[in-house]
Design a protein around this ligand. Sequence first.
Ligand SMILES: Cc1cc2nc3c(=O)[nH]c(=O)nc-3n(C[C@H](O)[C@H](O)[C@H](O)COP(=O)(O)OP(=O)(O)OC[C@H]3O[C@@H](n4cnc5c(N)ncnc54)[C@H](O)[C@@H]3O)c2cc1C
Length: 429
Amino acid sequence: MKANLPVNNRKRIVIIGGGFAGLSFIQTIPKSKYQVVLIDRHNYHQFQPLFYQVATAGLEPSSIVFPFRKILQKKLGLHFRLAEVERVDRENKEVHTSIGSLKYDYLLLSSGATTNFFGNEAIETNALPMKTISEALNIRNQILTAFENALTAETAEERTSYLNMIVVGGGPTGVEVAGTIAEMRRFILPKDYPELDFSEMKIELLEGSGRLLSGMRDLSSLKAKEYLEKLGVNIRLESIVTNYDGKNVTLKDGTTLHSRNLIWAAGVIANAMPGLDGELLGVGKRLVVNGTLQLENYPEVFALGDAGVTFSDSNFPNGHPQVAQVAIQQGRFIAKEFGKHESERFKKEFKYKDLGSMATVGRNKAVVDLPNRHFSGFFAWLIWMLVHLRSILGLKNKYLIFMDWLWNYFTYNLSLRLIIQPKFKSKSK
Ligand SMILES: Cc1cc2nc3c(=O)[nH]c(=O)nc-3n(C[C@H](O)[C@H](O)[C@H](O)COP(=O)(O)OP(=O)(O)OC[C@H]3O[C@@H](n4cnc5c(N)ncnc54)[C@H](O)[C@@H]3O)c2cc1C
């Protein structure tokens, strides 16, 4: 196979990954100056902040993913190739991919991060991660199948092991998943499964540190905890999971919990990129770049978003947080640099403009930290919805999500609770 790219005299920028960073770069880069090639292992951009709503049957996967080909329509000089990047050869300025090799003049590494299981194979094998849309859909299938299995369980112990839900990681994702499952337990599940007694179902949220939402203000942490406890979520702080065999969760303090559903939202690690792994790596294996987001010894290589880290921004001496806004701002920043005259390019250092952070716990319940203000409750929840609707790509997706939210809000009953397992036909030899 070959990448089959047109040959011309324009310099080629190869982008690995069309997440928030790669996409915002593409949307900003001046037309026709360069040949821009986006490579991604998926043919769509994924809106990760709403994965938890797919996992809990609140949204259809198709409303939060967007095909690259649609984004690139009418963008001359931009090419997309569906491929897995396997290795970077810095010396020959080449990337090796599942569709062959291609040369670059500039390389943008925006390949994001993946789930961090901290080297624990048992957890990796048995827990449910949520870092791609397929994983979110897999969680939806697993949760719904668990309720079906609870109906046919032979013993009370077996039944509760299907009903119990354990969420590991008290960041925004863990808080959002735990809150939504608790709302399902209250409003939806008793109607769908009248033969089950949902007072038997436990929802546990485990967090290794001493508080939830550790990236947010204390007030937000406390409020989120209060909201979750009101919804009946059992919160265990300073709880480290040491083992999970698919049925039993072992904590560092010796406690054992029983559940066949363990959702792992406890951390991320940058996607490994052979060929660049010999470079300096920061916390979470992020590639260390300078203030202009370039590799010190290979200035034609840039690392953006979750893939890279710079310690040059004086407001963030330990590096920027791994959030969408950082990736988006970095993508735009580098694209603007590429638009400058050659003598002016790559001199300016990236400064992150912190627009605030937020998390939602359930209907009418959210927390928002702006740079100089905190608020929570209904207004925060409205802000959370508006910001997410505004950020999602495509008018149709915005409309679909808005309608789903509206319907859900008034009826408490979104009917997306389908178990759809892919079926593969085995190839005859
Ligand atoms: C469940 C969840 C919820 C989140 N919620 C929030 C939130 O509410 N607010 C917020 O600000 N942030 C949130 N984040 C974090 C945010 O999504 C990330 O910080 C952001 O996506 C980083 O953008 P990126 O462009 O660096 O990488 P990504 O968006 O992860 O994109 C990386 C791209 O690279 C591609 N790729 C990777 N490796 C290869 C390869 N070898 N070959 C080809 N393609 C490759 C992937 O397919 C992907 O398209 C959340 C993350 C998750 C997982």
